[in-house]
Design a protein around this ligand. Structure first.
Ligand SMILES: Nc1ncnc2c1ncn2[C@@H]1O[C@H](COP(=O)(O)OP(=O)(O)OP(=O)(O)O)[C@@H](O)[C@H]1O
Ligand SMILES: [Mg+2]
Length: 658
């Protein structure tokens, strides 16, 4: 389906003369198509299961405040109806309403034919799908808006007077031919002349960077283009396949996920990630919070019971497309449990109960977190993976960094190799000063304790009074346990100017998610006011964390969900892009940890490694084997099937299973 069509849920409301709703019908999966009739005027076609209706559009009112949520209202005053669209893929809806509005604006500029003129034309009925929106259309629409209403009136009267003049000959208007004896030809010619004038204006405007303060590329729905390999992944996903797409850090996996989310119906699509920070990047929630099975460590029966709670089960049943970013950190056992829970709750024998899986991540980055003595099992080693994933694809074009030398260094580190020349370059960065315009580098540390020490000393350096926020815990005796379990401290010291991070998903839609960065700018009613990097300013109030401690007992901490953030742990930085970063790698304890830290930097210029040692570069042997097998398949397919050289299904037998 192209940009002129849209498939979604539509409520059609019929309106009285005073605008009251007199009748209402709801239709799931209707197709709306924009087109032009035989007079090149705009038509909106609604395709019902057994019939179709066409509306000539001369006037339209579009309510598009909730386009990003896949909702909009299109009112056609001439027909006294309004269409309430919902569950539309947001990007498609945006293009659709923009096309409707813009093309109509352009058409208004040239004027409409009267009913009488149309009747006498003798033309056959036609419906051509409307051409895609172009920059030229946007500029013509803008020119039409700035024109005065008198100019529009003049255009209309000129159009109607020209009808009688007639013109012999044939005119080509947008590749369509009009016969010589067509008494509308003069009007068409006039329209054509106007179009040429607009084209000329467009040529002049090409040098212009902004229309009404907004750049033309921003007005066009698709400002940043997907690369060819990203487009191929999107195409396979739109064909409904269960896909895992992978690639090095910065190849645009999360970027592509956002595009995928814009192309799927929001009511049935759930965006999740293994960590809060990663979920924040794609505007989603954590996999745990979607699944509703707590930590997922409980026995299967208990997990099923948890997922059977009304609201959780509703989510599972509504889900048709499940997106999981940073899949490398999802534990294999958890993945197996989720697959079983999905089948039970959705009462379906298909893998994951028939949900389409869209997984992305890089297994050479951080692995699942395991407790002491626990065996690590990657997601790709699970039963559920082998039976669900149909297609694996790789992105190879690194977008985060542009310096080839740096990309090459990072590729070595990713595979756990650190030859002399790589080590030398990273050691050289130690002596650099990477402060830029007073903006301090974000410090990435391997351990949480180092993060805390840096943050405390930075806070001390700020002049001004500090305010201390004490948590309210169930019992003082559990404070120590709560300090380990809870992401926020028992005592939180803040000053105006302090760099902070949000530790709870407060409002995912507005970017107030676990990991969101901000600065304290004041206080209101004894609560800190935070200006977040996502451009939201919010008063942050206390929230509760509840932990089960065995024997059916729970402990609770109530605290402001903030912590100091001059320094970050490498685990929290996964998925981020940082301009200016200072890294300490002396105490790396995970495979992939050094790679995650180093690959956050956009350039070597913005990177300082404080204490580089080659032993910190590690890659997990089973993951390397997994990728070697993928490479092998890739090469085999490349030799055989040229078009599908990036699509392959890994051989499950190569992976060790528990
Ligand atoms: N097609 C593209 N055009 C322009 N910029 C892009 C494109 N794809 C990705 N980028 C940019 O590249 C950077 C890295 O992208 P992204 O964070 O999605 O990578 P990633 O593969 O998810 O990395 P990581 O594995 O570290 O999470 C981002 O700044 C993103 O905006
Ligand atoms: Mg990412």
């Amino acid at each position: 389906m192209d940009n002129s069509s849209l498939c979604c849920t539509v409520i059609i409301e019929e309106l009285s003369a005073t605008g009251n709703i007199v009748a209402k019908t709801q239709h799931r999966n209707l197709t709306l198509t924009l087109g032009r009739d035989e007079f090149r005027e705009m038509q909106l076609k609604i395709i019902f299961p057994k019939k179709e209706s066409k509306y000539s559009v001369k006037e339209v009112l579009i309510h598009k405040k909730f386009v990003r949520d896949g909702k909009a209202t299109i009112k056609l005053p001439d027909y006294k109806i309004q269409l309430l669209l919902s569950n539309c893929p947001p990007d498609k809806l945006l293009v659709f309403v923009k096309t409707l509005q813009t093309k109509l604006d352009c058409l208004k500029k040239t004027g409409f034919l009267t009913q009488r003129q149309k009747l006498f034309s003798g033309k056959q009925h036609e419906f051509d799908e409307i051409s895609p929106l172009t920059l030229k259309d946007l500029q013509a629409s803008h020119a039409s808006k700035v024109a005065t209403s008198t100019a529009i009136t003049k255009t209309s009267s000129a159009s109607s007077s020209s009808v009688t003049s007639g013109l012999n000959g044939t005119l080509n208007v947008r590749k369509r031919t009009y016969p010589a004896n067509d008494n509308l030809s003069s009007q068409v010619q006039e329209r054509n002349a106007k179009q040429q004038k607009l084209n000329a204006a467009h040529e002049r405007l090409m040098g212009m960077t902004k229309i009404n303060g907004v750049s033309p590329s921003k007005i066009l729905a698709n400002p940043v283009q997907l690369t060819a390999e990203q487009t191929r992944v999107l195409e396979v996903i739109m064909r409904g396949k269960n896909v895992f797409f992978t690639g090095s850090a910065g190849t645009g996996k999360s970027f592509l996920l956002k595009k995928i989310l814009g192309s799927l119906p929001p009511n049935h699509t759930f965006a999740t990630a293994s960590t809060g920070v990663a979920a924040c990047h794609i505007g989603g929630t954590t996999l745990h919070s979607f699944a509703g099975i707590g930590s997922g460590k409980a026995p299967l029966a208990q997990c099923v019971e948890l997922a059977s709670r009304q609201k959780v089960a509703q989510q599972w049943r509504a889900c048709k497309h499940l997106v999981i970013d940073e899949i490398s950190m999802v534990d294999g056992d958890l993945f197996d449990k989720l697959e079983t829970v999905a089948r039970i709750i959705r009462k379906s024998d298909q893998p994951f109960g028939g949900i389409q899986l869209i997984l992305c991540g890089d297994f050479l980055q951080l692995p699942p977190v395991v407790g002491p003595g626990e065996k690590r099992r990657f997601c790709f080693q699970s039963e559920a993976w082998n039976k669900s994933i149909e297609v694996t694809m790789q992105l190879t074009d690194v977008k985060r960094q542009s310096d080839k030398r740096f990309i090459d260094i990072l590729q070595h580190i990713r595979k756990g190799s650190c030859p002399e020349h790589v080590s030398a370059v990273l050691q050289e960065t130690t002596s650099k000063c990477i402060q830029r315009d007073g903006v301090l580098a974000t410090k990435l540390c391997t351990h949480k304790v180092d993060v805390e020490a840096i943050n405390t000393s930075k806070l001390r350096e700020i002049n001004g009074d500090s305010r201390m926020f004490a948590s309210s815990d169930t019992d003082e005796a559990y404070a120590k346990m709560l300090n380990t379990l809870c992401p926020v401290p028992q005592y939180l010291d803040l000053k105006i100017g302090a760099q902070v991070m949000l530790c709870k998903n407060l409002d995912v839609q507005r970017g107030l998610v676990n990991g969101a960065r901000g600065v304290v700018i004041g206080y209101e009613a004894d609560y800190p006011v935070i200006k977040f990097a996502c451009k939201v300013t919010e008063v942050i109030k206390s929230v509760r964390w509840v932990f089960k401690i065995g024997g059916g007992n729970t402990i609770v901490r109530k605290q402001i969900p903030l912590k100091l953030a001059w320094a970050l742990s490498i685990h929290k930085s996964q998925g981020m892009t940082l301009d200016c970063v200072e890294i300490s790698l002396a105490r790396v304890f995970e495979s992939g940890q050094a790679y995650v830290a180093l690959s956050r930097a956009k350039s070597l210029e913005g990177l300082r490694v404080v204490d580089f040692n080659r032993s910190c570069v590690r890659a997990d042997a089973s993951v390397l084997k997994f990728y070697d097998q993928l490479e092998l398949k890739h090469r085999m397919l490349h030799n055989g099937i040229e078009d599908e050289n990036e699509i392959f299904r890994p051989n499950p037998s190569i992976f060790s299973k528990k």
